[in-house]
Design a protein around this ligand. Structure first.
Ligand code: DCP
Ligand code: MG
Ligand code: MN
Length: 487
């Protein structure tokens, strides 16, 4: 079928729909280039042969089998020779992953950040042994820029002087996210963060355009919001049937932008339509049946009640158990999407005992009719994890999401860090660990990990981290209390 189309013609609706993509030729083999040049238009993307000075453009740079220092050099040269504030630089492995999985993958770990030029530096991005780097390394100089090195200050971001602007732009970012247009969502999100970090009220176009990640078109939008109080584009993008339906479907627990889009394409428009679909997954069925309860975040006080019930039940099994409420609750948020509970005890090391505590707790909670639906029950390494739905034993109580993990004591601190989040904070900390030649997961902080093309070639050595503070310390970060991790 697609043979009838001229090779370069874009196929509407592919997963690259509307993306303008430039394949940067440096280090790119002719064979790979040929494949990509065919695949991008076939999946709805638009190939751009030369780099535009302005406008959103995705610049893909070969990151396969290339020295990190050379890759950094390429990105830096490119951004200097062709400055375009709306360009996003990604490793070519993003493209491979999209083609492999048949979807537009998240940019997250593929984004190539432009580092400021440091002529003395020849080993950028590469973590080397101390004796090779007697002076401060790249990571040492840039550590403070990582999100995990900064305290999140809720007040600053919720009451900054350009809130009207970011509120309006957030509507667009949300709509693009719901419709799986993550490239646009990403572009808006970067601009929003930049505006939130700007300490003064923006008053003119040049001031707006001078902000990082704000291009000329974005600056025009900012001015429109300042002058009109709102943005015409918001109603254009958000007030149509498709967007409204996608926004609704995204609220079903267990469905994301991709599922929402598939449902829409099948002709579904309402929650009732979904009820009649016999292809829903078990999760989606629960999400749909309990839509109204699970759609709403709960007040912190309700979390406290749920926590008290799980904790009391766990302590019946063993009074020495440590039962910690993590997630947004531990970060002090006034409302929570679910409750995340971590369980361990100071001597917990035996896999049979881990299972027995885990199963014993679930059985007891089931016997109380406290658990109403299981979403998934799994083992992750030595940790056991439960995702489900619970309901307090009082009239009028609503169904709430509950996650429980039981972990061996030696994984306590890294599991606590992971389960406390935020997800953004965790991503930043893991990235920093990688740049320092380590690897951080919910199981352990590991050093001497050798990576070949981003795959771990050896398993490394576990650094003992008995406390959260020791994780921060090993990464040479100032300690941040949970309420400072709301990034
Ligand atoms: N987590 C993560 N990466 C993800 C999802 C979760 O690192 N993609 C970690 C950090 C989260 C924690 O797990 O803080 C708990 O996940 P939740 O989805 O429950 O998120 P929160 O508790 O932070 O927020 P919410 O109030 O929405 O539950
Ligand atoms: Mg949570
Ligand atoms: Mn959770």
């Amino acid at each position: 079928m697609s043979n009838e189309l001229p090779a370069k013609r874009r196929k509407a609706g592919g997963f690259f729909d509307d993306l303008s993509i430039h394949l940067y030729p440096a280090a790119l083999s002719k064979i790979r280039q040929g494949i990509f040049e065919r695949q991008i238009p076939q999946n709805g993307g638009q190939l751009v042969s030369s780099l535009p000075k302005s406008g959103q453009i995705l610049v893909l740079i070969e990151d396969n089998a290339i020295e990190p220092a050379r890759l950094q050099q390429i990105v830096r040269d490119l951004s200097q020779k062709h400055p375009n504030p709306e360009a996003t630089y990604l490793g070519m492995s993003w493209l491979s992953k999209c083609l492999e999985t048949g979807q537009q993958c998240l940019f997250d770990e593929f984004e190539l950040k432009v580092s400021e030029p440091k002529p003395s530096e020849s080993n950028l991005g590469k973590m080397t042994k101390k004796d090779e780097h007697p002076k401060e390394s790249y990571v040492d100089r840039n550590r403070h820029k990582f999100v995990c090195a900064q305290s999140s200050s809720d007040e600053a971001t919720s009451t900054h002087p350009n809130k009207l602007i970011t509120d309006e732009l957030e509507k667009l970012a949300g709509a693009y996210k719901n419709s799986n247009d993550q490239w646009r969502a990403f572009g808006y999100q970067k601009a929003i963060t930049s505006i939130k970090n700007y300490p003064k009220a923006i008053t003119n176009r040049d001031e707006a355009a001078a902000l990082p990640n704000v291009g000329k078109k974005m600056a025009d939008k900012i001015i429109e919001i300042i002058e009109q109080g709102s943005l015409q584009k918001v109603s254009e993008v958000c007030n149509n049937e498709r967007m409204q339906v996608l926004a609704l479907f995204n609220r079903v627990w267990g469905a994301g932008p991709k599922t929402a889009e598939q449902w829409f394409l099948k002709g579904h428009r309402t929650l009732e339509d979904l009820q009649n679909d016999d292809k829903l997954t078990a999760h989606q069925k629960v999400g749909l049946r309990l839509f109204h309860d699970l759609d709403e975040r709960m007040q912190r006080e309700e979390c406290t009640e749920i926590y008290a019930h799980v904790q009391a039940t766990a302590l019946e099994i063993n009074p020495n158990l440590e039962v910690v409420a993590c997630g947004s609750y531990r970060r002090g948020k006034p409302t929570c999407g679910d409750l995340d509970i971590l369980i361990t005890h100071p001597k917990l090391d035996d896999d049979l005992e881990i299972s027995s505590i885990f199963n014993g707790l679930l059985n007891r909670l089931r016997a109380h009719n406290f658990l109403t639906d299981d979403l998934s029950i799994m083992s992750e390494g030595r940790q056991r994890k439960y995702l489900g739905v619970c309901k307090l034993l009082k009239s009028g109580a609503k169904h709430r999401r509950l996650d429980i993990i039981v972990v061996p004591v030696e994984e306590r601190a890294t599991a606590l860090m992971y389960f406390t989040g935020s997800a953004h904070f965790n991503r930043s900390m893991r990235l920093l660990a990688i740049k320092m030649g380590m690897s951080l997961s919910e199981h352990a902080l590991v050093t001497d990990v050798v990576r070949v093309n981003k795959e771990k070639a050896n398993t490394g050595t576990v650094i003992p981290t008995p406390t959260e503070a020791s994780v921060f310390e090993a990464l040479q970060l100032p300690y941040r209390a949970p309420n400072e991790r709301n990034h």
